[in-house]
Design a protein around this ligand. Structure first.
Ligand SMILES: [Zn+2]
Length: 745
């Protein structure tokens, strides 16, 4: 069935206005081209249809071109205002349309949206190229840049000027003739290949499923059976269906005692985009890697990774490698110990056989149960989606005094819930959409983005509209959505990105973005709070009985927190390493991407029982997302987030409002107005220290652990805390401290 938007509202429009449906796309009624009259400026999702995008983009591009022409045609001497600011204010309609399209095409890639995406990608790429390679425009930017020190610019204006100039240079503005033409071609080809990569991945992933009978699922928890049965019913089948979506696959790998089926499912996952069929991604990835080398070389860098890291915190690929290797090698050693432990159990089941990749989850779960008596399914009962969401709202209220009020607003899918976000003084901060469950039109994973970006209009802050999109375990029958440990952590993670967007208070649009290796700091720091006993006690109540998570379960969670870290860290660092490996190649040559991957992993001693978290043929982060040469960003930012959380821990109040105040105003609200490291130092009063991160991953074993409150002590503190308010909108207000904190080193 073709779905574009929230189905129920769309159907009602179609029924009421049956004869008018074909006129919906005419310009006069295109909601993307009109002023929205919706409350809080949310996009009128109930009116936006796939066919509105092409005319909207067309009009927005025309408008943008006229704005650029006006800047170029200005006969006055180039100034900061008439060039840099004018450029910053141009293309607003285009970026507004682009944000909505980007978000919707990731969460609802219907065939109609896919068609629009195919048609528009080259057009948008060409438009962006035309501006970045517009020499007359660049000459005006350069004129301002060259005299920037004489213009009396403040720190933010100076940064905007330098950033604008650098963006032109990084896009090839200094290139001439042939080289410039070739760069345009490369950009165009890369844009198309990116879309193809993603489409293939989605199609290949959807092409695989494991269709089972009742007698093949008896050892799975009831919730997993129900979910698989519902998946089968939705696909018009009987029995039980398992797919390569992680919420479907991981429970099967964890609980099924059928080794052959585990192997079949996991191999399906590992082979995505690598099946020599029409959805194969090998050639696309190889071609992209080669085009990127050529692009980097044209722009004066010896590799694509050098080009990417040049304007990141890391600065060079070597700095990123250094961190990754510091993590990878000890992680592999930890993983070997974990494997040894699991292999004892495995040998009892399969004497003399070799432990395989697809056995890891099943035996890890057995060890977890045996050694730590921790049953993930038991934890799930306390982590309903509603609880976790209220828990993160509670945390944001304690830290920042903000509240979340459920509202009725236009939605693009009926599963979305929408909240107005109120600041500590009850002023409007923004709107948050949460879209939690998998759909076949949705890309895998979890992400957060702006539907409407924060910006300034005539000196007034225009509030953002933000979306969190996930693929969490759906509700089944009368059981609500119960999240796994990882899912609950992911929810807090994406919420951290959402807060970053919601708190944004950035003067110029061109300074909205932070460095890539800084991006995950605001999100990952939230994971530290997610399972802290003090916070857990507030939100984790049993979905049926309402019982607060028992102390002994919290203690088990804490004790098991380092369990399997060798595996998790290894697969993460391995993926980051293969990303850098392919992007530090210096010359475009023919490579076999599978052989290249295996060679580099074997060279570093990755054990055969672990695959990198992503293999090249389904590594969408680097071939279809913004993380090429940047998968290391997560680990880089983890150094920052663990060290930043250390500040809260050592203040003896993990929700210290003075620290939270600084974290918000000195860091989150700034966007990219200052370099990431400068903002970090302002918050922390020091450079980030790697040790808290290495310790948290169990990689600092020989070092005496810094004394911390034991979980028992923490649990005592918890008893005195206020109970979480039932209505998020009713949460007690705790205004953020007005003064900057004194930060202890
Ligand atoms: Zn993230």
């Amino acid at each position: 069935m073709k779905r574009i938007l929230l189905l129920s509202s769309l159907l009602s429009v179609m029924t009421l206005n049956y004869s008018c449906t074909n006129e919906a796309a005419t310009e006069a009624t295109n909601p993307l081209l009109e002023e929205w009259t919706t409350e809080f400026g949310v996009p009128p999702f109930d009116k936006i249809k796939a066919e509105h995008f092409a005319p909207a983009f067309e009009a927005a591009i025309t408008e943008h071109n006229a704005e650029i022409e006006a800047i170029v045609a200005n006969e006055a001497e180039p100034t900061f205002e008439n060039t840099i600011v004018a450029l910053d204010n141009s293309g607003i309609k285009l970026s507004e349309t682009g944000l909505i399209f980007g978000m919707l095409s990731s969460s609802d890639l219907t065939p109609e949206m896919e068609k629009v995406q195919d048609e528009l990608t080259p057009i948008l790429e060409e438009h962006s190229n035309a501006i970045m390679l517009n020499d007359a425009l660049f000459q005006r930017v350069k004129a301002v840049y060259d005299k920037r020190n004489t213009l009396g610019l403040d720190e933010v204006q100076m940064r905007l000027t330098e950033k604008t100039y650098n963006e032109f240079v990084r896009s090839g503005a200094l290139l001439q003739g042939q080289a410039k033409e070739r760069l345009k071609q490369i950009n165009g080809e890369l844009a198309v290949l990116t879309v193809d990569f993603n489409k293939n991945l989605l199609a290949d992933q959807n092409a695989f499923s494991l269709h089972l009978e009742a007698n093949q699922v008896t050892d799975l928890p009831e919730s997993v059976q129900t979910q698989a049965h519902e998946a089968a019913v939705n696909a018009g089948k009987s029995g039980y269906l398992f797919t390569l979506d992680k919420p479907s696959m991981l429970p099967f790998l964890t609980y099924s005692s059928n080794r052959d089926l585990r192997r079949e499912l996991y191999n399906g996952y590992l082979m995505r985009g690598n099946n020599d069929n029409e959805y194969d991604n090998k050639e696309i990835a190889e071609k992209m890697a080669m085009l990127r080398i050529e692009k980097a070389n044209l722009l004066g860098f010896d590799s694509y990774a050098a080009y990417v890291t040049d304007d990141q915190m890391a600065g060079t690929p070597e700095a990123a490698y250094e961190l990754l290797e510091e993590i990878f090698y000890p992680a592999v050693e930890s993983a070997k110990l974990e494997l040894e432990e699991m292999n004892v159990m495995f040998q009892k089941d399969y004497p003399g056989q070799t432990f395989e990749k697809s056995d890891w989850w099943y035996y890890a779960e057995k060890v977890r149960k045996d050694k730590y008596q921790l049953d993930e399914e038991a934890v799930r009962q306390y982590l309903s989606l509603d609880n976790v969401r209220e828990g993160m709202f509670y945390l944001a209220n304690r830290l920042y005094g903000i509240t979340f009020r459920p509202i009725t607003a236009p939605r693009y899918h009926k599963e979305c819930t929408v909240y107005q976000v109120l600041d500590h003084d009850q002023s409007h901060l923004g709107v948050l959409y949460i879209d939690p469950h998998p759909r076949s039109e949705k890309s895998g994973g979890a992400w957060c983005g702006n539907f409407v970006e924060q910006r300034y209009v005539d000196g007034e802050r225009k509030a953002p509209v933000v979306g969190i999109v996930c693929n969490f375990t759906p509700p089944t029958g009368d059981t609500p959505s119960l999240l796994s440990f990882d899912e609950a952590e992911t929810m807090f993670h994406e919420f951290g990105h959402a807060l970053h967007c919601l708190f944004a208070d950035v003067r110029y649009r061109g300074l909205a973005e932070v460095e890539g290796d800084f991006v995950e700091l605001p999100s990952q720091i939230m994971e530290n709070w997610a399972f802290h006993p003090e916070i857990l006690k507030v939100y984790a109540t049993h979905y049926r009985t309402g019982e607060v998570i028992p102390d002994n379960l919290i203690q088990k969670i804490q004790r098991a927190s380092l369990f399997n870290q060798g595996f998790t860290t290894t697969e993460l660092a391995a993926a980051a390493l293969i990303d850098l490996d392919i992007h530090t190649l210096k010359q475009a040559t023919d490579i076999d991407i599978n052989a290249f991957e295996s060679y580099n992993l074997a060279k570093r001693g990755l054990i055969e029982q672990i695959a990198p978290r992503y293999r090249y043929t389904y590594f969408a982060h680097i071939f279809a997302g913004g993380y090429s040469s940047g998968y290391y960003f997560y680990l880089w930012a983890e150094v920052l987030d663990k060290d930043a959380f250390e500040a809260f821990k050592s203040s003896h109040d993990i929700c210290d409002t003075a620290l939270a105040h600084s974290f918000r105003y000195d860091l989150l609200a700034q966007g990219g107005q200052r370099p990431g490291m400068d903002m970090y130092r302002t918050f922390r009063g020091a450079d980030p220290d790697k040790k808290p991160m290495l310790r948290a991953r169990g990689l600092l074993k020989e070092e005496p652990v810094v004394e911390e409150e034991s979980s028992e002590e923490l649990l005592e503190t918890v008893a005195e805390l206020p109970v979480m308010p039932v209505e998020p909108g009713m949460a007690p207000k705790k205004p953020a401290a007005p003064l900057k904190p004194t930060i202890k080193k």
